[in-house]
Design a protein around this ligand. Sequence first.
Ligand SMILES: Nc1nc2c(ncn2[C@@H]2O[C@H](COP(=O)(O)OP(=O)(O)OP(=O)(O)O)[C@@H](O)[C@H]2O)c(=O)[nH]1
Length: 682
Amino acid sequence: MNAFFSLPLYGLVTLHIGQMFVILALMTRGLPAALIAGMISTAGLYYETSNAFFFVTLSLELIVMLWLNRRGLSFLLSNFIYWLVIGAPISYIYLESADSLPTDFMVLVLVKLMLNGILYTAMASTIYHVLPMSWRFVSRPPVAPTLFGRIFYLSFISIMIPSLIIALILTARGAKQAEEQIVGDLYRKANNARLITRDLIAEHERVVNQLADTLAITDVNEHQALLTQTQINYPSFLTMLIANRDGYITHGAPDSFFDTLRTQPFEELSVSDRDYFRRAVENKSSFVSSVFIGRGFGADSIIAVSAAIIRDGEVVGVAEGSLNLPKLSSLEERQDIGLNDQLLVITDAYNRVVYASEATNLEVYDVYTPTTTHNVYTRAINMTRLNSRNYLIANASNQYGWNIYVMSRPQQITQVFTDNLLVFLFSLFGVTALFLLVTHKFSRDITRPLETLVDHMTSDASVEEIENNDGMTTELQAISGQLSKARRLMLDFNRQLKQQVQDKTQELEALNKRLHQLSQEDGLTELLNRRTFDELTRKLYSKRCMKQLPVHMLLMDIDNFKDINDSMGHPIGDECIVSVAKELQRFFNHEDELVSRYGGEEFAVVSTASSGSLLERLEQFRSALTRSCVVDGTIIPMTVSAGLLSIEKDFNLTYTDLMIRVDQLLYTSKREGRDRVTHELR
Ligand SMILES: Nc1nc2c(ncn2[C@@H]2O[C@H](COP(=O)(O)OP(=O)(O)OP(=O)(O)O)[C@@H](O)[C@H]2O)c(=O)[nH]1
């Protein structure tokens, strides 16, 4: 059982779709979940092989991928690097030590492992990107922060999966075709060799039969000539002989052979113990021997073709021809067997080598029975080992019990697959480079106009539409037009808003100023109110005292004002108060002189002027006041009572005491008959 959901392609080459889920678990649920998924998916393999290798490598793959991913590499690239640097070497060592795989298939398996890794990771990546966000339990860094990177990554993995699958299927089909072709070729050659050897033996058997028939009716004197001629006609016969009924050689060809033979001891000339003699005599027919070592004339490995010479139903002798076995090499040449590392071995019914290609290191008469194994890569043909190399082996046997083995190196099949995969890998690199270029251009086509648009929209310069919009698509041109329009409106609105804010600010400032003024002024007379006057004068007074400079405090009150109010009404009273204030402002306008409405009809003046100047102006004021208030052409005469305290020496008086004292001086003036000034100097 294989819980990897394998999709067999060719031989051991299968796509392990199940691994995709393990990678997906790593992407969405993290390492512990992926390890559990990996354990489940390799459980079947573990159960079958009792080997934890698959789980260990899978775990290593997951850990390395995660580690690389945390360093900013995509899972796809991480997987590729893993297989290149760790996975392939480890698998190589494992497969090599496990010895379960012929080394001829090693490259193929390693390339397949790598492609498999790329494929299932690409599939997992694609699924990951279309999964709802809620399925992603672990946050992953984005595959690429730039638009270019994202377009490239997504388009790359989406084109890679189909192309990888198509490439694998096509190469698998290619390998199958190559396999069929090579296996067909081997069997065709084996079959041809079967027919040729059959015909060869049959022909020589016929020749020996004919010879025996002719010898039976020919005078014995002509036997030697007949034999020599036959051997000349059929050079495939290395030697030929005629033996009499007792098994003694009476004639031989070629002549040189027979001359040598004749020099042998008498018993050496007997072939009565040889199968080819006994069987021919016993069966009164022809016979084809298996391989044996000749004697008498050298010690060649030979095959003997013999026939009984029958005269009047009685065997009178045996004619025999020994086949020249090395001449079978023509068979090899005729079938191009030497090419492509192909080998030919022919054995007889006793598995003795009749003929073997030189590269097999087999000698004629050696016993050869190939042990064959079935191989996953080659379903239609067996594999065998010869001289510690693997060979595909096709065999055929003829009716003489001969076996014909044609062998070929398995690379011929795996080469097609491996070559195709390598071509695919290189094309993939090419496609990747092309993709990089195209997506780079594509993303620039998108981002450039947007950048231009943003630059244009954020610059303070012109509000005109973008002049050079050649690079823009029509959609972007439309958006750009609308944005420019919106921006113009916005700028207009902004300008109006600015103006309004400016106006309002000015108004507010004026209002504030006025409020400030109002808070300091008396509403009727616009003189300083009592609170502000006290505040300012307190400071001035303490400064003057500190510096011991003269300061004068003047407090005055309109005399009998109640009468004016009572007789003429409050509005007229107000007018009188205002005219007093105006006169005060007129006469007490020196620097550091403050004038205040200190109460209802009470006024205060602080001055730093000389007392002479002050008293003079006070008198001028009092005199002007009598005529200052005119209502409906009638003068309302007014007088004031005043208290004046000049501080010129005693600077120890507090401000409160100062005011109390001035007030007392004012009341002194009132008490003493009004319209006067009580002046005190301290
Ligand atoms: N029209 C008007 N009258 C005010 C104002 N403030 C105070 N008065 C009046 O001023 C008068 C002050 O009167 P009194 O304090 O009795 O003193 P007087 O009549 O001026 O007499 P003597 O101060 O003793 O000379 C009151 O009748 C108040 O109502 C004001 O702002 N307007």
